[in-house]
Design a protein around this ligand. Structure first.
Ligand code: PEP
Ligand code: MG
Length: 761
């Protein structure tokens, strides 16, 4: 027994270390401990420092619905005694102990044997790990030692989670208490709705916990049984089809599957978990994980292979379960999708008229889903890496895509405030529609063309409807991000043709592939310590001329409508990069001519988004036809602030005087050489910043379609002289805050104060 138990310890600790979050780690601990100690229930309680109470955090054997809800004071019960004494308590019959407390909610009344050990880290008691037995049982000294060893490991994990802020989220009882969290701005706007949790299909590891009510138990068991029947049927069919095709030995595997599908260890164990309060998908996930761990731990390679089979079996059952829509989540009214990593395909889980916002644990503004949100005008907050996805289902939530914040269970006053903003925005949007066909010009008639940023075929309609005069930035990496491998020349040409045709005769600026940094292609991983300072943009393209040439030929060949193509190179830091890239563009053009494909030679522009390029403007102006300021990267590199790091997001500000002074320098030299300059970073779409940019002489502002009419209203509220004066004043100021105040006040004074959102940006 001793050897067995302690050899399991190593495996449990390995599994716990692999858990992706604390809750998952706790679930593994209670599950594995229960099995190894042959106990009837195992539970973990944490001490909530804020309320000085003990909270049930994970259990197997007690009522799952009590998790996060059962709280009691430290002077109560046997668990409290373990915590106060900071020592194990091992009692044959808990009921006879004077400290025994009668609790019905957890179902612990039916247990007698009790062993509780404290979770101690640096002399501080963090919680209690408890093992219970239905019958009277005094746990052995070995078992006590085992549990103490395990508790010491667990305490380390909790202390780490505490440091990382994860514990606070777990302890905050989100079922009853509101909380807010800062993430990364995905796309702007405010959304108010109810949370719908999504997760990738046919992926057991991604299935979230979902506590069910007693009424739902039968329905979940029925759904599970039906899914098992379907898989059984599937295997029979497969087995029949394979007869004579594979050997009898291999065919026998189907019999093994059929037996497993009837086994108590798979079916019975899952049903037990459902009865304990977990939904069918979560129960199946835990049962399969238990089997996989069991097989993985075996020395015999044959048995280890069975872990793969059991996973396959689990996935098949899950697929049928998910096909039955037993999601336990109802969709009505406005919905905010939430998940570990929300994907574009998950958009489809909600009717488009119900979808008002997206929040995701992983991702940033450059994630595909955020880009789509941007195009569709759906507010999103990404990178909420401590989001307790499992525990926010059905909660009311405010998504503030301007500030990258979410508020779960907002207070009535906060809700009122945000509802007011939403109403104001709706009124503004209705008013802005009138501007679609009006020119983007100052009150004294100076035209400042407004273009859109695009990258998805899906957002062409929104871009055209916004009244944009062209595309200032077409991010070609987006079709690459969606593909399974580098798209071929023909495939690329077809995509680019659609874009050029849709916007024709308006100009479309294709930026050549800008990957690296935070934009990793799944099929071309680049692993670096400092990706933003590493192999990015033009650097990768020059090192891979075969990929670059293919893209250039595809872009050039697509230019068959009104010669409305412009080509743009990202991440330029040195003139040699421009010379080499232009040499390759010439080569591609010549290759096409040699094949009899005569296409116009395009205008070539450079993105100015790295400080070295700002200082090399004279040399660059002699080589390029136009410039575009990538203010997102320029801000990040000038201020040394990672644009996707929440820790420093308060320091990231494109109105920083250094950014404005750089842009002034860019415009001055570009204009000296009669080369136009646009801005295609996010700041171009911010009405206040747009005033300063127009006043500094920027020729074109390019932004997400959703921002275009707001910027148009701002521009149409001033004379060019007023804008120039504003820019000149801003350039004399010491801080981004002062500049923001100046520009906001100007908007207010010009009667466009509704473009200034209280407290945002
Ligand atoms: C920028 O850096 O401002 C820009 C427009 O490019 P991206 O955000 O795609 O890096
Ligand atoms: Mg950039």
């Amino acid at each position: 027994m001793k050897i067995n138990m302690f050899s399991s310890l190593k495996k449990i600790i390995e599994d716990v270390n692999e858990a992706s979050n604390l809750q998952q780690a706790l679930n593994i601990i209670v599950h594995d401990t229960r099995k190894v100690m042959r106990a009837d229930a195992v539970s973990v309680y944490f001490r909530d420092e804020k309320t000085d109470q003990l909270v049930l955090m994970a259990t197997e054997g007690l009522n799952q619905n009590a998790i996060g809800k059962i709280r009691f004071n430290l002077d109560q019960g046997l668990v409290g005694l373990v915590l106060r004494q900071a020592e194990p308590v091992n009692i044959e019959d808990a009921h006879s102990h004077p400290n025994y407390r009668f609790v019905t909610e957890t179902g612990e009344v039916s247990f007698h044997g009790f062993l509780g050990v404290p979770l101690i880290q640096h002399r501080h008691v963090l919680g209690v790990l408890v093992v219970r037995q239905t019958r009277k049982r005094r746990f052995s000294a070995n078992e006590e030692t085992f549990l103490i060893t395990l508790a010491a490991q667990l305490a380390g994990a909790i202390a780490y989670a505490e440091k990382m802020g994860e514990l606070k989220n777990l302890l905050d009882d989100v079922d009853t208490k509101p909380f807010n969290m800062k993430g990364l701005i995905g796309s702007p706007g405010i959304a108010i709705g109810k949370v719908l949790v999504v997760f990738p299909p046919a992926n057991l590891d991604a299935v979230p916990d979902n506590a069910i009510t007693a009424v739902e138990t039968d329905e979940q068991i029925k759904a599970f049984d039906a899914a098992v029947m379907k898989v059984d049927h599937e295997f029979r069919e497969l087995s029949k089809r394979m007869e004579g095709v594979i050997s009898n030995e291999e065919l026998a595997l189907f019999d093994v599957f059929a037996l497993m599908l009837k086994s108590d260890s798979l079916i019975g164990a899952t049903i037990n978990r459902i009865q304990a309060g977990q939904w069918a998908q979560g129960a199946l996930r835990d049962t399969i994980a238990e089997h996989v761990r069991h097989f993985d731990a075996m020395h015999d390679a044959y048995f280890r292979e069975r872990a793969v089979d059991i996973k396959d079996l689990g996935r098949r059952i899950l697929t049928h379960l998910q096909a039955q829509h037993t999601s336990c989540q109802e969709i009505s009214g406005p919905v905010v999708l939430a998940g570990e990593e929300v994907t574009v395909s998950q958009f489809a889980e909600v009717p488009v008229q119900n979808l008002v916002g997206i929040i995701s644990k992983k991702g940033s503004a450059t994630s595909h889903v955020a880009i789509l949100c941007h195009a569709m005008g759906i507010p999103s907050v990404m990178g909420l890496d401590k989001l307790p996805v499992n525990r926010i289902k059905g909660q009311e939530i405010v998504v503030d895509g301007y500030g990258g914040q979410i508020y779960v269970k907002p207070s009535p006053s906060m809700l009122q405030e945000y509802e007011h903003i939403v109403r104001k925005e709706q009124t503004l949007d209705a008013e802005l529609k009138e501007l679609i066909d009006k020119p983007a010009e100052t009150t004294d008639g100076i035209h400042i063309p407004l273009y859109v940023n695009s990258g998805l075929l899906e957002d062409i309609t929104a871009s055209l409807n916004s009244g944009a005069e062209g595309v200032g930035l077409y991010r070609t990496e987006i079709p690459f991000l969606m593909a399974d491998g580098f798209p071929g020349e023909l495939e690329q040409t077809q995509i680019y043709q659609q874009v050029l045709q849709s916007f024709s005769p308006r100009p479309v600026t294709f930026r050549t592939l800008d990957i690296g940094g935070d934009k990793a292609l799944p099929y071309f991983p680049v692993v670096e310590d400092n990706p933003f300072l590493g192999w990015r943009g033009i650097r990768i393209m020059l090192d891979h001329p075969e990929i670059f040439l293919t893209q250039i030929r595809a872009i050039l060949k697509a230019n068959i409508y009104d010669d409305n193509l412009r080509l743009m190179l990202p991440m330029i830091t040195d003139v040699s990069e421009v010379d080499e890239a232009i040499a390759l563009i010439n080569k591609a053009h010549e290759e096409l001519s040699a094949k009899g494909i005569d296409v116009p030679y395009p205008a070539i522009g450079l993105m100015i988004e790295v400080p070295s390029a700002v200082y090399q403007m004279t040399a660059l102006a002699k080589r390029a036809d136009f410039f575009s300021v990538g203010s997102n990267d320029l801000t990040q590199y000038l201020l040394a602030v990672d644009r996707n790091n929440k820790q420093v997001s308060d320091l990231y500000n494109s109105l920083h005087p250094a950014v404005l002074l750089s842009i002034q320098q860019i415009v001055k030299i570009a204009h000296k050489y009669h080369k136009p300059v646009s801005v295609c970073g996010e700041m171009a779409g911010d009405p206040a910043s747009a005033l300063a940019l127009a006043g500094m002489g920027i020729d074109i502002l390019s932004m997400t379609a959703g921002s275009l009419l707001r910027v148009k209203l701002a521009i149409r509220s001033f004379t060019i002289k007023q804008l120039e004066k504003l820019a000149a004043e801003a350039l004399f100021m010491d801080s981004a805050e002062e500049i923001r105040l100046l520009l906001n006040k100007a908007l207010e004074d010009a009667g466009a104060g509704r473009l200034v959102r209280a407290g945002h940006r």
